[in-house]
Design a protein around this ligand. Structure first.
Ligand SMILES: Cc1ncc(C[n+]2csc(CCOP(=O)(O)OP(=O)(O)O)c2C)c(N)n1
Ligand SMILES: [Mg+2]
Length: 566
């Protein structure tokens, strides 16, 4: 029997989908049967990862795609499974991360007209007017497979959208009868369904930006997600070293530049002060950034010339967006940086000018490193800075860090000091709960890597740790989960203080954001997946706890949770 479901599986194989992160329901008998048949016949079939909750499934696919660049499939149940994907769809959309979501719909017939016709009461309840509308504002492409005959073409088209810039999630549905329908086999040449090639700078734009960079006194590049393509990082290092350009990261969701390079001028987040490098720059080139600065507190000086190169230069998902750039270009950053390097070389910046800029950058870089080191020194109370520095030393430069640290986001970015592209990820979105699923997905993508998720205590609970740690044991994907336990949600407290600094709430000890009687964070993971659990409250406890946790991961293949009271 060869059904539309068999065709969908075949298309996933052809499209390079390795994993199906699945949460099954009554809409999926066709797919479950097709998977069973593929296995029995020893045919290639994506590996199924049973996901107890959809948010974790989607976050795992998100992490997998960040680590590899490739979309995986997430299979969910009709309208309610789609809704349960929740904020993870927002995260993939905002982070421009490719994921293929497949959902069934309630059967379209009720009198046994076709195989798969309604035979359970819930199928009337789950029939909704606009299931695709649930995610329409967040996906690059959505469609219903209405007849099984072209199911493969629709899957390939969806994957092509997901992988073409600006990348993002895509959503495909099919009714149960369609998934059950027998169809003719369609031969597909996967090479004809490749993502679109990224754009390059138009010659006139290239000339203007190259000339500006070469003649500037203090040129600066601001970036947030250029490092999703490691080749772009290499290009950026070469351009900056050759011309003498500083780099700052703004709320980075990837490793964009080696933090030990002299051109690296630090990272900014929500600090409520002017960034010095930004204030000093006469040319600012923003490359792949959603929020290069927050104008109300920190911005380029008034006479600075601003240029913008981005995979999504129009910021199509953001109703309000502008940065005052005199030129904006939609281009692939690696390609554009290669063009700029060649363009700047032709303009031959004088040796003295480059040397003067490099001296300035080196001095500022050294000051930045001093600032970081000063904050890492141990004091009696356990600080997040000391904790992150100790983790950094224990895990080494190649470990892959997932950060969802919220009010300690900048602490992780600053003190992890990553130097290798692909060793730090955050979601790129704003819906908390990505951390645990993302760590799992990355561990599946890079089974030999040490994966470390660092999250707030609130974000730990958002990430559904019972599902995450059950999966970590079930699929032998152990990782280190570090909870920055600051007694609840600090972010809303900081928000209140910034808007109502003299209000009653700012002075009140109880504004309903604390977690008195906190749960046993490590105990949740231990109960769900046999994880090793540690609690640390003092500086001296950190290193021994880390060593025991890493032993559990490496030698017992158990995940480990460190509940760190910071
Ligand atoms: C899904 C979701 N719900 C609510 C919020 C709003 N929110 C932003 S930060 C935050 C608190 C996070 O707490 P925690 O992870 O402990 O970090 P902390 O603020 O304490 O650093 C909340 C509730 C959000 N961003 N996403
Ligand atoms: Mg917290």
């Amino acid at each position: 029997m060869y059904t539309a479901s068999s065709a969908i599986l075949e298309a996933l194989n052809e499209g390079g989908v390795e994993y199906l992160f699945a949460n099954f329901g009554s809409d999926h008998p066709g797919l479950i049967e097709a998977i069973a048949q593929a296995r029995a016949a020893n045919k290639p079939c994506p590996k199924v990862i049973t996901c107890p909750t959809e948010m974790v499934a989607m976050s795992a696919a998100h992490g997998y795609a960040q680590a590899t660049g490739r979309a995986q499939a997430v299979l969910v149940h009709v309208d309610c499974g789609t809704q349960a994907l929740g904020g993870a769809v927002h995260n993939a959309a905002k982070g421009r991360v490719p994921v293929l979501i497949v959902a069934g719909t309630s059967p379209a017939t009720q009198e046994g007209e076709a195989r798969g016709s309604r035979n359970e009461f819930i199928q009337w309840i789950q029939d909704v007017p606009d299931q695709r509308g649930l995610v329409r504002g967040y996906v690059r492409y959505e469609n219903e497979i209405r007849v099984g005959a072209n199911a493969k073409q629709i899957v390939h088209r969806a994957l092509q959208f997901a992988h073409s810039e600006p990348r993002g999630p895509v959503y495909v549905t099919a009714a149960r009868e369609v998934l059950e329908s027998e169809v003719p086999r369609v031969a597909i040449n996967a090479a004809h369904w490749q993502p679109l090639a990224g754009g390059a700078l138009a010659p006139a734009v290239l000339d203007i930006i190259a000339a500006a960079l070469v003649t500037a006194d203090r040129p600066l590049i601001v970036t947030s997600y250029l490092g999703r393509n490691p080749a772009a990082v290499t290009e950026l290092v070469e351009l900056c070293s050759a011309v003498g350009i500083g780099v700052i990261e703004s709320v980075p969701s990837y490793v964009n530049f080696p933090t030990d390079h002299a051109c690296y001028q630090g990272v900014q987040w929500n600090e409520r002060r002017q960034n010095e490098a930004l204030a000093a720059a006469d040319i600012v080139l923003v490359i792949d950034s959603d929020v290069p600065w927050i104008g109300a507190v920190s911005r380029p000086r008034a006479d600075a010339r601003v240029f913008h190169i981005d995979a999504d230069a129009l910021k199509q998902q953001m109703p309000l967006w502008y940065i005052g750039s005199e030129l904006a270009s939609q281009a692939d950053s690696a390609t554009a940086l290669g063009q700029l390097r060649a363009g700047c070389a032709q303009l031959t910046p004088t040796r003295e000018r480059v040397a003067e800029r490099m001296r300035h950058l080196e001095a500022a870089h050294e000051a930045w490193e001093g600032f970081i080191a000063a904050h890492e020194r141990p004091v009696e109370k356990l600080t997040p800075q000391y904790l992150i520095a100790t983790i950094r030393a224990a895990i080494g430069p190649e470990a892959i860090v997932v950060s969802e640290a919220v009010t300690n986001f900048h602490v992780v970015s600053q003190h992890m000091q990553r130097t290798i592209p692909g060793t730090l990820f955050s979601s790129g979105g704003g819906s908390l709960g990505y951390n645990g699923g993302a760590a799992l997905g990355i561990k599946l993508a890079k089974p030999d890597a040490l994966v470390v998720a660092i999250c707030g205590d609130g974000s730990y609970l958002f990430s559904q740790p019972s599902a995450v740690h059950w999966m970590a044991r079930r699929y032998r994907a152990p990782f280190l989960h570090v909870v920055l336990n600051n007694g609840g949600w600090q972010a809303p407290r900081q928000a209140v203080a910034s808007v109502h600094p003299h209000g009653l709430a700012a002075k009140s000890p109880n504004i309903d954001i604390d977690f008195p009687q906190p749960p046993d964070y490590g105990g949740i993971a231990a109960a769900a997946g046999g994880a090793h659990a540690e609690t640390v409250t003092r500086t001296a406890e950190v290193l021994p706890a880390l060593e025991r946790a890493l032993f559990a991961i490496r030698n017992q293949r158990r995940a480990a949770v460190i509940d760190a009271h910071v």
